[in-house]
Write a protein that binds this ligand. Sequence first.
Ligand SMILES: CC(=O)[C@@H](O)[C@H](O)COP(=O)(O)O
Ligand SMILES: NCC(=O)COP(=O)(O)O
Length: 237
Amino acid sequence: MTKLSVNINKIATLRNARGGNNPDVIRVALDCERFGAQGITVHPRPDERHIRYNDVMQLAKVVKTEFNIEGYPDARYMEIIEKVRPAQATLVPDGPDVLTSNAGWDTIQHQKQLTDMISTIKGWGVRTSVFVDPDIKMVEGAKAIGADRIELYTEPYASGFAKDKAGAIADYVMAAQAAQKLGLGLNAGHDLDLNNLKFLKTNIPFLDEVSIGHALVCDALYYGLENTIQMYLRQIQ
Ligand SMILES: CC(=O)[C@@H](O)[C@H](O)COP(=O)(O)O
Ligand SMILES: NCC(=O)COP(=O)(O)O
């Protein structure tokens, strides 16, 4: 079964535009769960331009499905993972100034740093996932550092999909099969949407989880949140 984890960063972006509490990210997270989402993802960034660290603390008290906290493992991220102990911590190599995530880890070059972080996080009883490009060497590197799962960075798949579906998926299938052989769990995310999700699932049926935010929230403007979550769930059945 592939789980849908809804990334609610964009809800916080909208809330922050006016400084009040509308929309309320807590209410939206609970509604996403009520509408069928099997997880809630957040990705706090140091400038708190969307999800704030305090949101993460409040969400942790109410989220009943899998709570996934993504981010660069700086001191503040590690502190929040230790306090919250979410279902999953996804380590992403974003610099503080990036607009959004734009690459996976080099799991070989950062082997020592990642091994230490992963061991610490696993010691808190939290499942670990590392964000990687669809590159077999990086997948093997993720196994070597002790990660439980990888999350494949799907922006290149999403941007190549319109022109050449088969070409866009090829590296992802190879990386996914390598992960499966190594006993790593498999997540995917970034720029997944109603056009490209089913093809990903069909080609990689053993995906454990997809985390989707930007496109799902945009679709909800037209279809409504409940209907949109159901539409995404149908793509991964
Ligand atoms: C790792 C990843 O791909 C997501 O967490 C993404 O970075 C969230 O995007 P935004 O921060 O742009 O909402
Ligand atoms: N890990 C990917 C994620 O949480 C959402 O990415 P996007 O759908 O907002 O591009």
